[in-house]
Design a protein around this ligand. Structure first.
Ligand code: ASP
Length: 320
């Protein structure tokens, strides 16, 4: 029998139409470096005996701070040309959770979600109230325009020119850029966190799956920790993160089987595109997607850090 891992972390930076040749070699290297840095941020905490909650928050903050991903700085534009960000975090030991939806001025929404979990009696705060709570907690604030980048602006203009409510998943250049992390710490506690700018050109006020506990993230020490990325409306309808945990707990399937069943048998036939990362209570790790690629990275106690972009990169990828 193999020994359970002492600790493990996995991250994603979104799934989508990521085929080889779309990024230059330099760009690929930059993405790999950003993913690596995020894994490293969480791994250092876990290696020193820190908590999985601290590790997933630290990893997601790194990804939020990178312009490569659709979360924090570099978030997509909504229909009005503004940014509305969603995030969530969950503690598998206590089932405590915190989330924010539609924040407009908080550069690291995952940390606001953590504050909602730790310092309020609520689970989910939305809109101006969430930013107001962040201010009350002494968390930093920025102008809404701070989140934009030239790349996101041109994606938004293209979506507007096509008069689409959102860049259609399945479109040639579609990438979900949501970020997330799952971890198990040396005490055996699981945690999950997810953060996003949502979908390009989304309707004002639209809330996706990422801040909805059970859809964009879920963690339960009795089963697993899951963070998702994909077309949020489908992930909400299928309650994806909790569905993976429930399969694991009640059906006794392996973690990978649970992930693949949900992605390929439930979501895909109905048009739901995306991916997820998960770690179970024994420390098994899986990273799966029904799209061409998913920005991803992971590491276990043995010390190595892996990162991937395309379907055939490394292991723990794709396809049933
Ligand atoms: N799931 C996110 C949303 O629908 C998008 C993504 O994963 O990139 O808001």
């Amino acid at each position: 029998m193999t020994q359970p891992n002492r600790y493990a972390i996995a991250i994603h930076g979104g799934a989508g139409t990521l085929s080889k040749g779309m990024l230059t070699e330099d760009q690929e290297n930059e993405v790999h470096a950003a993913l690596r840095q995020a894994v490293m941020a969480g791994k250092q905490i876990l290696a020193q005996g820190g908590t999985s909650l601290d590790a997933v928050e630290a990893a997601v903050r790194e990804l939020e701070n990178s312009e490569w991903f659709n979360a924090g700085k570099g978030s997509v534009y909504n229909y009005d040309g503004d940014h509305e960000l969603d995030a969530s975090i969950m503690d598998g030991a206590t089932l405590k959770a915190g989330a924010v939806a539609g924040v407009r001025n908080s550069p690291n929404p995952v940390s606001v979600a953590r504050a909602v979990m730790n310092k309020s009696e609520h689970v989910l705060l939305a809109g101006e109230g969430a930013d107001r709570f962040a201010r009350a907690m002494g968390l930093p604030q920025v102008e809404n325009s701070w989140f934009g980048t030239p790349m996101r602006h041109s994606q938004w203009r293209q979506a507007q020119d096509k008069a689409q409510p959102s860049l259609e998943p399945g479109a040639e250049d579609y990438k979900f850029g949501t970020v997330g992390a799952v971890a198990i710490d040396q005490a055996g506690n699981l945690a999950a966190a997810t953060s996003t700018g949502g979908m390009t050109n989304k309707k004002y006020g639209r809330v996706g799956d990422s801040p909805l506990i059970g859809c964009g993230a879920y963690a339960d020490n009795r089963s697993c920790a899951v963070s998702t990325t994909g077309h949020g409306e489908y992930f909400i309808r299928h309650v994806v993160a909790h569905e993976v945990c429930a399969r694991y707990r009640y059906l006794g399937e392996s973690l990978q089987q649970c992930a693949q069943q949900v992605l390929f048998e439930e979501l895909q036939p109905r048009g739901g595109e995306g991916g997820l990362i998960a770690i179970d209570h024994t420390g098994a790790v899986t990273l799966n997607f029904n799209t061409e690629g998913m920005y991803r990275g992971w590491s276990e106690s043995d010390g190595e850090i892996f990162t991937g972009i395309y379907g055939d990169d490394a292991v723990r990828s794709n396809k049933p």
